[in-house]
Structures are given as C-alpha cells and as structure tokens.
Design a protein around this ligand. Sequence first.
Ligand code: C5P
Length: 409
Amino acid sequence: MPLSGKRILLGVTGGIAAYKTAHLIRLLIKEGAEVKVIMTTSALSFIAPLTLATLSKGAVYHAFFDKNTGEWTNHVELGNWADLMVIAPLSANTLAKMAVGQSDNLLLCTYLSCTCPVLVAPAMDLDMYQHPAVRQNLATLRQHGIEVMEAATGELASGLSGQGRMPEPEDILSAVFTFFRPSGSPLTGKKIMITAGPTREAMDPVRYISNHSSGKMGISLAEKAAERGAQVTLILGPSSLNARHPSIQTIPVSTAIEMYEQAKKSHAQSDIAIFTAAVSDYRPESPSSEKIKKKDDKLSLTLVKNPDIARNLGQEKKPGQVHVGFALETDEGSGSASNKLKTKNFDFIVLNSLLDPEAGFQKDTNQVTFIDKTGKSQKSQVLKKEELASKILDKIEVFFQTTEPQENR
Ligand code: C5P
C-alpha cells in the first residue's frame, strides 16, 4: 500500500467541508497511513470528534489540556510524530493566523512547531477566497514552503457557485501520494506498460480455459512503479484484485487477443514493458455460440495458438526500451528461461519455479532467479510480492542510470 507506515497529522478547521474529512481519513487509512487528528473549536460544530476518532482508529486532539485528567497535549511531540501535516479544510481564519505565526490553539501551535512538510486545502466562500488579504496569506504560506492546493470550483454552501470548495478527498489523497514519492528515481516520469493476471478463452458462452494467476505480481509492480513516479498502464486480465494509485491506468481485458491489442497500443509509447501476465497459450478454435450440451462420453476441443505478446512486441522493441519477462516453470527451469530471454528479446527474465513452496500462483510470497542477457543469474530470498516488485524495479532503474545507451537497447 502506497502509504504504509506513513504518519499523517490531519488538522481540521471550522467549515462545512469538515464533513468531507471523514471520507479523507477513510482513504488515507485504506492506503495504509496512520492518522491522528487535531480539530479547532469551530471544527467541532461541523463534525463530531467521535466520527473522526472511529474512522482514524486513533486519537482526536482539540484542547491543550484534558479537563478530566489535567494532562497536557504535547504539541511538539505531535509535530515530531508526523511525516506530513495536512490541514483540510483550511479556513480563512486559520490561514490568516498561520501566515502571521499566531498560535492560540493546539492546531496552530503544532503547525508552528512541526518540522515535517505541510499540505493545506483551503475552503471558503468564493468572495472570501478572492479577497486580496486571503490571496496574500496564501502567497505567504507558499513562500514559507507550504504546499497550497487551489480550492475547487463548484457549488458552495452559501448557494453561490464559484471557486472556494475544498478539493475533493481523492484529489487531496493524490497530493499526499506525491509527498511520499521517492525523489530522484530514474523511473519518475517514465511510461511503463505491464501485462498482468490470467486470460480467459471462451469455449462457449458459459465456460472458458484459464489458469490460476491472481494478478498480484503485476499489480504490486504497477503500484511500486507508480510510487516511484512512473505513469503506468496496467493491462489486467480477469482478477479480483485492483491496483490503487492515481498514476495507474488499468485497462481490463479478458482474452489473450484483447490483451495483445491493448499491449500493442501502449507499447509504442512505453519506456518499459513488463510481461507478468499468464497468457493462455491456446484458445478454442471456434467457441460455440451456445452452451455445449452434455452428450457423448468424450468431447474434443480444437485449440489454436494465441499470439505471444512478449515475443511479438520484443520484435518491435526500439532502442532505449527495456523489456522484462517472467517464466514460471514446473521444474528448475533456468535453461528454458534463458531460451525465452533470447527468443522474446527480454533485457532480463524473472524465473519462478513451482518446485519452490513459497513461489507461484495465489501466493503472497515468491522466490525467483533473475537471469540477464549475459547469462548471469542471481537467486533471491523468499520475498513478499511487494518486496520482489521493488527489487525488480531497482534492477530496471540500473538501465536508466547510465547515460550511455546500453547494448541492444
Ligand atoms: O512462453 P512462456 O509463456 O513461458 O513465457 C512467459 C513470458 O512470456 C511471460 O513474461 C509472459 O507474460 C509472456 N507471454 C506473453 N504472451 C504469451 C505467452 C507468454 O506475453 N502468449
């Protein structure tokens, strides 16, 4: 998950958009973040702290002192805890106080003392938003290094329509993702095409030939590549899993031919192509248009070969493009993997063997051997598929780290 282990301190100020922070917290938690919330006094009139505490599964802070215990809320500790502070919605009042460094509540004290990056999502009426004092304060915050999102345009609580709405929680989430994108990755801005999952080849309208691929490996690669700043096109056969990142465009497909058509379209614009899909090698020659009836003891089905997507696109590989393939063998398989590396024109191939108990379909872990064009092979430890995805991307990054074009690229 893109925000696993990331600590986000969410400041909520008084505005009708405060109700949307409930949804924002759900999105952040779903992506793996830990969330703590600080509310101003006026925010308490718009949404109940209990709602936010329940959704964030954590504390909601408001006062400097707990009236019952007399305990002090340590704003310095709160600020130090956070990897990112997000203030959404940001009212004109809190904005003005932030711009001048006023600190008359817990949220403002924490803001002034925290050393992590800060992202704000202003929300106010359209005329307030355009007021020169507000524009000036927003500019001041930007000068102070704060990431200021522009308010969205649309219907406002006043009944008027214009710019002043809090950006949608999904847009705030995208802005949060960009904070945690590792900087300086050679994959930033690169276009990556990934085929993933199984394919289904119809026998008749109700039955098909397929395999046990879950799509997990390809989806992990897509998410990890997007976290490094890549623009990913994920061509995904039938899978119960989804990729979750705004920089991933998922194209759902069913058959090998559909997967090939989509792969041809995005391959030409891609810097990198990763072929993780378990494509059916064969499909029924002429699927019946009606359900095949149970009659004889034996039924023969004529199968014809599907296009080999990786091999065909390997022939169209342009200098500078990197192709990575996978091989799943039921034996040790390094000989046939090396053979595939050549015939499919891969830069390297990732071999899994079903002999390894930790590897293969439907599993969360994998143990692989990387084989490159020079014949060099390297066996990995047992890794979670997400960790393996990062390892594969590290290897791909090496291809972009040298300025000299590499041999046969
Ligand atoms: O030949 P084999 O299926 O073992 O090759 C595996 C590699 O080729 C994988 O990277 C797989 O995604 C790719 N492939 C493909 N199209 C096919 C068959 C395999 O892209 N029809």
